[in-house]
Design a protein around this ligand. Structure first.
Ligand SMILES: [Zn+2]
Length: 116
């Protein structure tokens, strides 16, 4: 294995992919910065462009990025008085937004009984 004068590993072209993959996984699928930082500590001739290409196409990272957010359903508000509340339905379309629109909202005013 070839090394430069600082002891960094000089890779042949065929070794680059595996080296980037190992470093990227070593950072726990870290982003471009974390992966590049680790790679620059070990290897002599891997460019940030190569790392960028790898991290952008990493299947695991893409799945992670597209994961649906959880915990967006809030606790309903209870009410003790008539005529004091309305009902709002939210249809969550965050996974299939229409441009900037991510929810459909419907509001219904609850009619109370008249006390006489
Ligand atoms: Zn990844």
């Amino acid at each position: 294995m070839n090394r430069d004068r600082f002891g960094k590993i000089i890779l042949s072209l065929s070794e680059c992919y595996d080296a980037i993959k190992a470093a990227h996984q070593g950072t726990g699928h870290g982003g471009l910065q974390a992966t590049t930082k680790l790679i620059n500590e070990i290897y002599y001739n891997l460019t940030q462009e190569m790392v960028k290409l790898f991290t952008e196409t990493c299947e695991n990272c893409q799945l992670k990025r597209n994961k649906t957010k959880k915990g967006i359903v809030v606790k309903p508000i209870a009410s003790n008085h008539l005529n004091s509340r309305c009902q709002i339905d939210l249809i969550d379309l965050q996974t299939r937004p229409d441009g900037d629109y991510k929810f459909i909202e419907g509001t219904k005013i609850k009619e109370g009984q008249r006390s006489g």
